[in-house]
Design a protein around this ligand. Structure first.
Ligand code: GDP
Ligand code: MG
Length: 457
């Protein structure tokens, strides 16, 4: 995982809070000091850290927890909110027709990220092409061309051409029927004028929709000055923070780039084209703190306008172990927005569950897409089948297939996924405290650390 050291010490702080029998000034001071130490060790800027710890201390001393919330939980909430504050606002790269220009120094991961982004858009169903406008580094053309071949996306480049504006102009023309055009540009060893002039010229010639700064997280706080200069030169619209897999300084890099108020869209977590994560500060922080991304889950519940009772009833069903296809259907119906199931799975720290399988994110995504299809299939099942999915044999599958107009493979897929889901729910059920935690999340809209701790065991 990214930032293991920071995660470890912050979690220890949270544990300390939940273990303390009461919260007094002394405890608060200690917590502020612990957070301070953890952040400084993760290379976060000293000024930011000092600001954060003094705000934290002040808030914790002044504010009273709302009714129904313990002092301990409230202190955790303050720590969470203040940490979130230094990560900055979230924003997503939109899935529309656009031109994206990548900028950054040598070796930061521009070309690799160009490939990762191409794969990202391709997977989202948008046609995408790669343009090689790094005229400076020998081999840059070949590197991108090979990547494009591997990913099976269109490529444009002109070997030997020394004017990037010319290359891009022809490239954009040739790719005019593609939705997303990604331009890989030159870097330099340092932020010299030649580089800044070059990217400025490209930017003013084409005015791309996005100018993404690709920056290596291992530089830590040093990401700050780089980001500022680039921002002043070409106006950075978003950041891709690479090599988050190999550094304890990611905290420093993240907080430093938040300074230019351009969102961190993605983090790179490896050399492979799949090693790209959409950055979501709440999710990131919840994972860091071991809170299992409860924010996302709570938001998902809030979006649906489901009453507490309904949510609890559904939860009970899910957790009962006697869960069948009919229940799944009912829950989907009730929750109306199929996304909630995905969000729910997404938000659970499955990896930590004893015997829990980690669900492949691609599987979740495609499961969501298939949801409507599944409803149609289930409409063609009898009550008996919905209640006894294990009894659905080949003959029944053939009938359901005819009735729903869906191929038999889809029906088998549904049954397979249902089984996997049930297996996962069973694994969660075996986890003491999980159900209690889920309920209390739904009810209170906040997290209870003692329950989360139990899950950690
Ligand atoms: P560029 O000069 O900015 O185009 O950088 P490259 O894309 O050529 O990347 C430089 C090196 O960093 C290559 O060896 C990449 O494989 C590696 N790299 C890029 N992104 C990541 C990442 O997220 N994690 C890791 N571990 N390596 C990365
Ligand atoms: Mg490159």
């Amino acid at each position: 995982m990214v930032l293991e050291g920071l995660a470890g010490s912050l979690r220890e702080t949270l544990r300390k809070i939940s273990r303390s029998s009461f919260i007094d000034r002394e405890t608060i001071k200690e917590v502020a000091k612990d957070v301070q130490r953890a952040l400084l060790k993760a290379d976060v800027n000293v000024r930011l850290v000092m600001e954060l710890s003094s705000t934290l201390e002040r808030r914790a001393n002044e504010e009273k927890p709302p009714a129904g919330m313990t002092e301990q939980d409230y202190l955790v909430k303050i720590v969470y909110e203040e940490l979130l504050n230094i990560l900055g606002e979230d924003s997503r790269l939109t899935l529309k027709e656009q031109t994206i220009m990548l900028v950054g120094l040598y070796g930061q991961g521009k070309t690799t990220s160009a490939g990762k982004l191409a794969k990202f858009f391709h997977r989202k169903g948008l046609s995408v092409g790669l343009i090689a406008a790094d005229i400076h580094r020998p081999g840059a053309y070949d590197q991108l061309e090979q990547l494009a071949k591997k990913l099976n996306v269109p490529f444009y480049g002109e070997k030997g051409q020394k004017n990037p504006v010319k290359i891009i102009k022809s490239g954009l023309k040739e790719m005019s029927d593609l939705k997303v055009k990604i331009i890989d540009t030159s870097g330099r060893d340092s932020l010299n004028n030649e580089l800044l002039e070059e990217i400025k010229e490209i930017k003013s010639a084409f005015n791309p929709d996005e100018v993404l700064l690709v920056i290596d997280a291992t530089v830590g706080q040093q990401a700050g000055p780089q980001a500022r200069t680039m921002n002043e030169t070409v106006g950075i619209t978003g950041v891709v923070l690479t090599k988050m897999d190999g550094t304890g300084k990611g905290g420093g890099a993240l907080s430093a780039v938040s300074d230019i108020h351009a969102p961190v869209y993605f983090i790179g977590t490896g050399e492979h084209p799949d090693d790209l994560e959409i950055f979501n500060s709440k999710k990131f922080l919840s994972r860091l703190l071991g809170l299992g991304d409860l924010e996302t889950l709570l938001e998902a519940f809030k979006e649906t306008n489901i009453t507490e009772e309904e949510a609890e009833e559904s939860m009970n069903k899910l957790m009962s172990g006697k869960f069948n296809l009919k229940d799944m259907y009912e829950i989907w119906e009730k929750f109306a927005q199929p996304g909630i199931i995905r969000k729910m799975f997404d938000s659970l720290p499955l990896a930590k569950m004893p015997g829990g399988n980690k669900i492949d994110p691609n599987a979740i995504e495609s499961a969501q897409d298939k949801l409507n299809n599944y409803r149609i299939i289930m409409d063609s099942m009898t009550y008996y089948e919905l209640e006894n999915p294990d009894d659905i044999n080949a003959k029944r599958i053939a009938r359901i297939s005819r009735g729903s107009g869906r191929p038999e493979t889809d029906i088998r897929g549904l049954l397979r996924e249902f089984k996997a889901m049930k297996g996962n729910l069973k694994a969660m059920k075996g986890n003491r405290g999980f159900k209690k935690m889920m309920r209390s999340q739904i009810r209170s809209g906040n997290f209870g650390l003692d329950q989360i701790e139990r899950m950690d065991q």
